[in-house]
Design a protein around this ligand. Structure first.
Ligand code: COI
Length: 357
């Protein structure tokens, strides 16, 4: 790295009280420090700094507020029983951040530098990593446009920030099966759109449908493709898998589905256990038919925040599908135990996924 990318560090003089495990929830508490750097056309990415967690000041005309030029990542750090700190496939997150940056015309960050910066930030705030089962430190890197300008064009200035939040389960159900509503009115993304990028607009677009679903008692919505409204894509905050007649099936990546890192890890894990797994197009009708034939054995979602979340109930139009009697399935449980074991350092990582601090 050039000397302009040396990371200046300013430590807080007023450390915050850490939440108890009962207070954790998801994304409500933030550690004492944050990482930040700036981009200008003249200087590129520069002024890398670790500073006390604090509000940031932006011009009211900053382009992020108007045209949504912003992308983010979600990753986690874990504390092992021996007290070591470890990350799960973090290089994948920074790679994906740059894929999203590219889609939104945001200048690429240096992935290795970002990982080094994250490790420095983590070493300062490592006491914030909870170690109770089901907890971790959620890490949110994000980039966004800061140029004060109202014309529609890629901005000329940006921030790249990393904040960190000690978390428990994403869903209040924890590892218990969730209820999912299959969306029939709204769409999340279309091929050629931004569905594959991790940009806030994709999530803002989903809020209306999610609000309706949550009023009806569902945790999340399952999106179908935006063109034919038949093919299964993903759930609001996770990728989806079905086990049908002994075979695990997940929708193939098609440009409008987020390429989940947990999704990819599950494909590797399933293959390593000699479980049949297929990435292919799958329609909601096929799932309903499998249910009617009694061969829909399991359904689960995967994501960094959601981890592995069993799906106990799916509603499509007037059909209510109860999966595996609303209980977590055998394969889902195995994947959850193996994944969280590798992440927490209690199961050997034979895939080379873990990066130690
Ligand atoms: C994640 O799983 O890290 C995500 O980014 C999903 C998020 C919308 C909570």
């Amino acid at each position: 790295m050039s000397s302009t990318n040396t990371i200046l560090t300013q430590l807080t003089t007023t450390p915050k009280e850490k939440p108890t495990v009962e207070q954790l929830g998801f994304g409500k508490h933030f550690t004492d420090h944050m990482f930040m750097m700036d981009y200008t056309i003249e200087q590129g990415w520069h002024n890398a700094r670790i500073i006390p967690y604090q509000p940031i000041s932006l011009d009211p005309s900053a382009m992020i507020f108007h045209y949504g030029q912003s992308v983010f990542e979600g990753m986690k750090a874990y504390k092992t029983p021996a007290g070591d700190v470890q990350l799960f496939r973090p290089e994948r997150n920074f790679k994906r951040l740059n894929i999203s940056n590219d889609r939104l015309c945001i200048p690429a960050i240096d992935e290795q530098f970002a990982l080094d910066a994250l490790k420095q930030l983590l070493s300062i705030d490592k006491d914030w990593i909870p170690s109770e089962p089901g907890t971790s430190l959620y890490i949110r890197p994000y980039t966004f446009a800061t140029e004060p300008f109202l014309g529609v064009a890629p901005a000329k200035s940006y921030h790249f920030i990393i904040i960190m939040s000690p978390v428990g389960a994403y869903y209040s159900e924890g590892i218990n099966p969730v209820k999912i509503l299959v969306e029939k009115q709204y769409v999340r993304a279309v091929v050629g759109g931004t569905g594959e990028a991790k940009t806030g607009g994709n999530y803002a677009n989903g809020l209306k449908a999610q609000e309706i679903a949550s009023k009806e008692g569902y945790s999340q919505i399952l999106w179908l493709d935006g063109k034919e409204n038949r093919y299964i894509e993903e759930v609001g905050s996770m990728n989806i898998f079905f086990k049908i007649n002994g075979k695990v099936i997940t929708p193939a990546l098609n440009g409008s589905i987020l390429a989940g890192i947990t999704r990819d890890s599950m494909l590797h894990l399933l293959k390593s256990k000699n479980i049949d797994v297929e990435e292919r197009r799958i329609t909601i009708d096929e799932v309903v038919q499998a249910y009617e034939e009694g061969i829909l054995e399991e359904a689960f979602g995967t994501g960094t925040a959601a981890v592995i979340s069993p799906i106990g109930q799916l509603k499509w139009q007037d059909t209510e599908l109860t999966v595996n009697d609303g209980q977590i399935g055998e394969v889902t449980q195995m994947l959850y135990d193996t994944l969280t074991g590798i992440q927490n350092g209690t199961v050997e990582d034979s895939f080379g996924w873990i990066v130690k601090l």
